[in-house]
Design a protein around this ligand. Structure first.
Ligand SMILES: NC(=O)c1ccc[n+]([C@@H]2O[C@H](COP(=O)([O-])OP(=O)(O)OC[C@H]3O[C@@H](n4cnc5c(N)ncnc54)[C@H](O)[C@@H]3O)[C@@H](O)[C@H]2O)c1
Length: 267
């Protein structure tokens, strides 16, 4: 039987984390690198990528970045090639990159809808396709983790119809891919976060106008009261679950979705 230390040890393994330079992705990169994995941060914002690589290199962890737009097929192929050229394999893929612009249905146009679907669902398809091809070629087992949302199960607010469609799609994709990839010892699961405080969420909050006469403090209090744990999540709340799914701790799991939401779906 493996010891606990061995179960969590990812040394010798290489992970790709899309959108891993900030927010939830960064929280995941941190825990995987700490567990010994080589990590490639695949994000489309070079400034964010460089900052993350600098921060993590201080720890002397093996973290590299590669400029990637997950919705662009050539970028995704190049991301897998860069990872293999740099570290020799792809053993773990975390499909985290995603966007959540808020647009009421009445104002949403086809381009708004297509953009969210192309990144959140199309990106998961492309990265899974090319990373799993590489994993199959390697002939060893692989782990794929898709970051969905509680919105893959239940809508959280209006303005996110395209987002919810994409995240329901990722959940369906996860289950079908799990069925197909099991024959290659590739295990694919999802994590459905609730509200996590990240740069993306902060931007969304700042963009929302405060309605006249509304006390923001009371509004935030009312929001937090809906969360049984009475706090927003932190990227590390997701990072720790991602480490569990990336490690041998989750040895008999595929095609599942773990909800990490402080209990909000209960309320
Ligand atoms: N923060 C939350 O409350 C929350 C809740 C549920 C699910 N999620 C999901 O978690 C994931 C991360 O969310 P976050 O809040 O950390 O976001 P964020 O906006 O803070 O960070 C997203 C990262 O992804 C990158 N990115 C965006 N589009 C990309 C693309 N096309 N190609 C490559 N990189 C791209 C960004 O540059 C950034 O580095 C998303 O899939 C989101 O839907 C977030």
């Amino acid at each position: 039987m493996q010891s606990l230390k061995e179960l969590f040890d990812l040394s010798g393994k290489t992970a790709i984390v899309t959108g891993g330079a900030v927010g939830i992705g960064y929280g995941i990169v941190y825990r995987l690198a700490e567990a010994g994995a080589n990590v490639v941060i695949a994000g489309r914002n070079e400034e964010e990528n460089t900052k993350a690589e600098q921060e993590l290199s201080i720890k002397k962890w093996n973290v590299k970045t590669f400029k990637t737009d997950v919705a662009v097929e050539e970028d995704v192929k190049a991301m897998v090639k860069f990872t293999v050229d740099t570290f020799g394999s792809v053993d773990i893929l975390v499909n985290n990159a995603g966007i959540y612009p808020s647009v009421p249905l009445a104002e949403m146009n086809k381009a708004d809808f297509d953009k969210v679907l192309a990144i959140n669902l199309g990106g998961v398809f492309l990265c899974t396709k090319y990373a799993s091809e590489q994993m199959i070629k390697q002939g060893k087992s692989g782990k794929i983790i898709n970051i969905t949302s509680i919105d893959a199960l239940h809508p959280s607010s209006i303005g996110l119809a395209h987002y919810d469609a994409s995240k329901h799609g990722v959940w369906g994709f996860t289950k079908n891919a799990a069925l197909e990839l099991a024959q290659h010892n590739i295990w694919i699961n999802a994590i459905a976060p609730g509200g996590i405080m990240t740069p993306g969420v902060q931007k969304l909050q700042q963009a929302m106008p405060t309605p006249k006469g509304v006390d923001m403090k009371k509004l935030i209090e009312a929001f937090l009261n809906k969360i049984p744990m009475h706090r927003m999540g932190e990227p590390d709340d997701i990072g720790k679950v991602a480490l569990f799914l990336a490690s041998d701790m989750s040895s008999y799991m595929t095609g599942t979705q773990i909800v990490v939401d402080g209990g909000v779906l209960l309320s």
